[in-house]
Design a protein around this ligand. Sequence first.
Ligand SMILES: Nc1ncnc2c1ncn2[C@@H]1O[C@H](COP(=O)(O)OP(=O)(O)OP(=O)(O)O)[C@@H](O)[C@H]1O
Length: 609
Amino acid sequence: MARQRLNSGNAAEKELPKVKLNRQSLHNIGKLLSYIKPYRAKFIGGLIFLVLSSLTGLAFPGFFGALIDASTGKQRYGFMPANLTTIGEVAIAVLFVQAFVSYFRITWFVQVAEKSLADIRRDTYFKLITLPMNFFSNRRVGELNSRISADLSQIQDTLTTTIAEAIRQIIILVGGIILLMVVSIKLTFALLIVLPFLIATAVFFGKFIRKISRQAQDKLADSNTIVEETLQGIANVKAFVNEAFEAGRYDKNLRDVVSLAIKGAKYRGLFGAFIVFCLFGTIFGEIWYGSYLVSIHDNGFTFGKLTTFIVYAAFISAAMGSLPDLYANIQKAVGSSERVLEILAENGEDVSINAEENVVKQQIKGNLSFNNVNFSYPSRPEITVLKDVSFSAAAGQKIAIVGPSGSGKSTMAALILQFYYPQDGSILFDGKPANEFALTDIRNQVAIVPQDVLLFGGSILENIAYGKLGSSREEVIEAAQKANAHSFINNFPEGYDTLVGERGVKLSGGQRQRVAIARALLRNPAILILDEATSSLDSESERLVQEALEVLMKDRTSIIIAHRLSTIREADKIIVLDKGTITEAGSHAELMHNETGLYRYLSQLQLEV
Ligand SMILES: Nc1ncnc2c1ncn2[C@@H]1O[C@H](COP(=O)(O)OP(=O)(O)OP(=O)(O)O)[C@@H](O)[C@H]1O
């Protein structure tokens, strides 16, 4: 069911788009329904119970009529004596059966929906994290995340309630109309001519009102964004003395919210008046005409019959009224299924969901070479980011890559990690093309210490152990000692169990880097990529980080993306990248000899700072 929260100010609760139901979309939803297969026995049981509970529900208006007629000594149905006790007993027995089947239908449907949804969520999540990087660079991750969770919730709602509700209402509608005809054909026709028209108007009106309240909600969300933005950037607001401007912006937005809400209220009032006059008027008209029929004694239309008729009429109106909403929900679920299926159909990377299958099968010693690599990001094929890049690093060498911002240094790291593949040329590990290795073999033996180290919400211990899952506490501590991180970690009251991230301590840039170095040490990679932090650390932190890096780089091939040239003087080779082309390569001394070279120019610039 659509859960509308009025004026919650939450823009994320946007309505999901609806999709036309056609053969293709039903075929798609069929594919997703295959997730129900393992639980089909319960699903079918639930469906049978659903039909049973709907049919037993239809018996009650009949009981009401029979009871009322029995109270005046008339027998309503041939098979049921005009005896209040007997009718009461039968009704209670039916009620018991209905309660029993309702319990099982609800619990079984929820069980099937929850279990199959968990399977869909699991598959979608796994597919998502194994999708190639290109998928993510084309999409905003936050948007993707909220979209998928909204889509999955919609499918869940549909599986748990909408389908069952739609089936129930259809049974009530069809069964109710048949039973109404049995009671009085005349009254039924009168009702069926007026009711659909009234309900269609009510549904249309309701939709229109919802649209207005959604607009008001969006506007309110906009004003919340203003508050959020200004509070986050409060220093800017104050520094530019823009308080009055922001207050004006907020005030204008609020006024829009109020005028939209008032517009909505007017239509809601009209809607209420319409319901009171037309819908209740129709019901009253039916009762009026029915009472007239009862008053003519010789036509057999009893007071009991009239009661039965009224309750069936109420059932039918409720069923008719709920069907458009249910249909819209199913349309939304079909749209959601299509989007989820789209993700499930994407080609993931060759990584297994079983950790055991991802163990290293082929060792890499650490020789790395780029042969005439040309590369453009798939999302921007018109721009060649790397042009004819060739270099080689023997196992254990330190290679530094320097160059202006945007020259393609991080792109080279991404290519080594096989996040993307060159369009031309090749990348070789130990002389063999990358595609001769399993993807996981390469990533397992290449580690990266990035510029911005991302720590997860867990403990420091867990964060370091992320480098090699399953490592012992001793191994983690040993790695932290080598990474110059042990003493600062021990200074926290909870030591290695200190939580980092939102609810724990915030680590400084230098501390985070050392945690990342410990993580990389634990991994013990053959090839190491260091993306040097651009933000300068204070000299003590820098010394600690630098020392830790020296330990980490020992005896392995290291590719250092350098921003501060002072740290890479000792590198075996320095590659200078400019606009995606290697313009110079050599040792520090060799490059400094090239008086017109970019390296010498950049070094001198940094010395002057
Ligand atoms: N995911 C991406 N999709 C499309 N283009 C990208 C992507 N990532 C980077 N680029 C582009 O590729 C070029 C090289 O970027 P890269 O990040 O490799 O440069 P860099 O030398 O590492 O820069 P910096 O020193 O600022 O980190 C830039 O023009 C950048 O805009």
